[in-house]
Design a binder for this molecule. Structure first.
Ligand code: AMP
Ligand code: ZN
Length: 141
C-alpha cells in the first residue's frame, strides 16, 4: 500500500530502528514508546487488521512476537510486558497495517489501553535497540 507508513518502513523508504527481519515478518522500535524497549512486530505484507490477516500470516508473526518479548525482557528487564494489538480507531489503532506491540510496563505506571503517543528520545531508542539486538542474537530461537 503506497500510502502506508509501515509498508514504507518495510521497503526502506523511511528509516526505522530495525530489530528483526525474515521473509515475511519485520520488527522495529516504536518511536513513541510507552517505556524503554517498546517495539512492534508486523507482517511485511499489508493487512489492515486482524480481521483481514490470514491465519498463516498470524502464525508466522506469533513466534517472532515471542522472540521479541524475550529479547526485550532480557535486554531491559522491565517490570512486566503486555502484548497489545488494536483493531479500529475505537480500539486505539492509529496505523492501519496490522502490528503487535511488545509493550514494556513499569510497576504502578497505571498505563491505559489508549496510552497516548509521546515522541521518544531517538538516542535512547537507538541505544535500547542495540541492547535488544544483542539479546536477540544470544537467543537462538
Ligand atoms: P496503534 O496505535 O496500536 O495503531 O500503534 C501504532 C504505533 O505505531 C504507535 O505506538 C506509534 O508510536 C507507532 N509508530 C507510528 N509511526 C511510526 C514510525 N515511523 N516508526 C515507529 N513507530 C511508529
Ligand atoms: Zn502497510
Amino acid at each position: 500500500m503506497s500510502d502506508c507508513i509501515f509498508c514504507k518502513i518495510v521497503a526502506g523508504e523511511i528509516p526505522s530502528f530495525k530489530l528483526y527481519e525474515d521473509d515475511e515478518v519485520f520488527s522495529f522500535m516504536d518511536i513513541n514508546p510507552l517505556h524503554d524497549g517498546h517495539c512492534l512486530i508486523i507482517p511485511k505484507a499489508h493487512y489492515p487488521n486482524i480481521f483481514e490477516a490470514p491465519g498463516d500470516v498470524l502464525a508466522k508473526l506469533m513466534p517472532v512476537v515471542g522472540r521479541m518479548a524475550r529479547a526485550v525482557n532480557a535486554a531491559l528487564s522491565p517490570d512486566g510486558i503486555n502484548i497489545m494489538q488494536a483493531n479500529g480507531e475505537a480500539a486505539g489503532q492509529s496505523v492501519f497495517h496490522i502490528h503487535f506491540h511488545v509493550l514494556p510496563r513499569a510497576m504502578g505506571d497505571d498505563a491505559k489501553i489508549n496510552w497516548g503517543l509521546r515522541p521518544g528520545d531517538m538516542d535512547r531508542i537507538a541505544a535500547n535497540a542495540d541492547k535488544i539486538r544483542a539479546a536477540l542474537a544470544a537467543d537462538g530461537a
